[in-house]
Ligand binder design. Structure first.
Ligand code: ADP
Ligand code: MG
Length: 256
């Protein structure tokens, strides 16, 4: 109960912050980035000055990402539930991520037939993206493998039986794993073990909220030094519902 109070207080703090300053802050950062760019035009290529200006740009962009995460977190749209192919969304995410990944890390997305769930496509995109990003960061500079997989579960414990069944999404990595201490704070807003400027501690709080909104469940299996596996249960739907949704023009994001 105390955890819930702390969580609610943090959520309220985020809400106030976003309402008050996050938006203005974003505008300020845009000015900083713009001015740094202009200053960079006058600096000699390869000079110390050009290097310093680039640092300003990098730091300001990091701050902008953080503000963006705060805004998404605080002003979470309710989302629209419809039949979507989760494997299509996951492939889209993995394709995007591979473009900026070191070649030492493999990102596999198991898939054959469509995996239809009842969810909001933009939110599902965010869920898969946040989990894969964490997996990538847990592997760091080492070799590693991230695997995204799906399976169907008829009646998971703790969830009601439904006609469409349940779909389980798993994101597995062989990265650092986590301590029990970390595991117990995982979904709290602002909880991070990453250095300042690297982690916001909002990724999993966002995932947790979105999964709740869809009526699903999230769990994690992880040991320090032994990698992690995040499992998410989401309400399933039928391929027929998927083709009906597509016929209405409800295409998942990125497939237009
Ligand atoms: P952030 O990534 O900004 O730190 P998150 O909410 O995404 O915030 O994650 C919170 C913390 O949970 C991370 O700082 C890390 O300690 C831990 N964590 C999340 N995913 C993993 C993972 N796949 N492997 C190991 N630790 C993880
Ligand atoms: Mg994260």
């Amino acid at each position: 109960a105390r955890d819930q109070v702390v969580r609610a207080q943090k959520l309220e703090a985020v809400g106030q912050l976003s309402g008050g300053i996050a938006h203005d802050f974003n505008n300020i950062l845009t000015t900083i980035i713009g001015s740094a760019h202009l200053a960079g035009l006058d600096a000699d290529e390869g000079s110390d000055l050009a290097g310093e200006i680039e640092q300003i740009d990098i730091a300001a962009r990091r701050a902008q990402n953080l503000v963006r995460e705060l805004l998404t977190f605080a002003r979470r749209e309710p989302g629209q539930l419809k039949a979507v192919d989760l494997s299509e969304i996951a492939r889209e995410v993995t394709r995007l991520m591979r473009a900026s990944m070191p070649p030492t890390i493999k990102l596999n997305c198991a898939r054959s037939a469509p995996v239809v769930v009842l969810g909001d496509p933009t939110h599902l995109h965010q869920i898969v993206m946040n989990l894969c990003r964490n997996a990538l960061e847990a592997i760091g500079a080492d070799d590693g493998i991230i695997t995204v997989s799906f399976s169907s579960v008829d009646t998971p414990t703790g969830l009601p039986q439904r006609d469409g069944g349940w779909v389980q999404l798993q994101v597995h990595d062989n990265g650092s794993g986590m301590s029990e201490e970390t595991r117990s704070h995982l979904f709290e807003p602002f909880f991070t073990t990453k250095p300042l400027g690297k982690g916001s501690g909002l990724g999993l709080a966002v995932v947790y909220g979105l999964v709740q909104d869809m009526g699903g469940q999230i769990s994690v299996d992880s040991q320090r030094g032994d990698g992690s596996c995040f499992s998410i249960l989401l309400p399933g739907s039928s391929e027929q519902a998927l083709s009906e949704a597509k016929a209405r023009g409800d295409l998942p994001r990125g497939s237009e």
